[in-house]
Design a protein around this ligand. Structure first.
Ligand code: AP5
Ligand code: MG
Length: 218
């Protein structure tokens, strides 16, 4: 099963993607995570991407498209994948369509996780992430058991550079201008399923699973 998780910064793509990846045993492919790993290891790609990410802007299409095209052809994605944070523009969606077509594959469902702006800002400004395993926490909604330490692996948790207030605003604006049109793009293909992204994490996962299984049987 090939899934896309669409949603604004802070909507819960990372959080939900992780549960769905465990449930369906298919990899979660987060372009943001791949880019951050490149920034951390100071690759050429990472150094270039960081300039854009720190401003809350999108990294150029050719960089991310190349990354994703390579990733979805890896062995572990043979039975399916969950795209988190890609596509983010119509051009990226078209590039994905062309790649999948050449592989004789298709997208099964596009889940749009919908959350209002006020809640998004609240989530992003309080988010903390594990440096090692990427687990996501929130200082108020989902604090780690030990301050500053990941529950899962015990490593340090930190605030993402782009979770500063000014950058959050820029990211939300870019989302509205560039990514929101994808809801219409995938609706017109009959693939878009809107999910209310507010409420307990598990409840949202259940709604997503319901929407996926509904799409699958239809
Ligand atoms: P990326 O890493 O994809 O960031 P994003 O889209 O801004 O999304 P986030 O990761 O911030 O949010 P999320 O939806 O994953 O939410 P999460 O589950 O963490 O991209 C970063 C940058 O990389 C971009 O700005 C761009 O520069 C570049 N980039 C990436 N992809 C690109 C592409 N395709 N093209 C070009 N550039 C690209 O949850 C957020 C917080 O809320 C957490 O603290 C979590 O614990 C909490 N939370 C989650 N669910 C709930 C809930 N139900 N109730 C309460 N709190 C919750
Ligand atoms: Mg994320």
């Amino acid at each position: 099963m090939n899934l896309i998780l669409l949603g604004a910064p802070g909507a819960g793509k990372g959080t939900q993607g992780k549960s769905l990846s465990e449930k369906y045993r298919i990899p979660q492919i987060s372009t943001g995570d791949i880019l951050r790993a490149n920034v951390r290891s100071k690759t050429q790609l990472g150094q270039k991407a960081k300039e854009y990410m720190d401003k809350g802007a999108l990294v150029p299409n050719e960089i991310v498209v190349h990354m994703v095209v390579g990733r979805i052809q890896e062995e572990d994605a043979r039975n399916g994948f969950i795209l988190d944070g890609f596509p983010r523009t119509i051009a990226q969606a078209e590039a994905l369509d062309a790649t999948l077509k050449s592989m004789n594959k298709k997208i099964d469902a596009v889940i749009g996780i919908e959350v209002d702006r006020k809640e998004l800002t609240r989530r992003l400004s309080g988010r903390r992430v594990c440096r090692k395993c990427g687990a996501s926490y929130h200082v108020i909604f989902n604090p780690p058991v030990n301050i500053g330490m990941c529950n899962a692996c015990g490593s340090e948790i930190y605030q993402r550079d782009d979770d500063k207030e000014e950058t959050i605003e820029a990211r939300l604006k870019v989302y509205e201008d560039e990514t929101l049109p994808l809801a219409e793009y995938y609706s017109s293909k009959g693939l878009y399923r809107a999910i209310d992204g507010k409420g307990p994490v598990d409840q949202i996962t259940e709604s997503i699973v319901g929407a996926i299984e509904g799409s699958h049987n239809s």
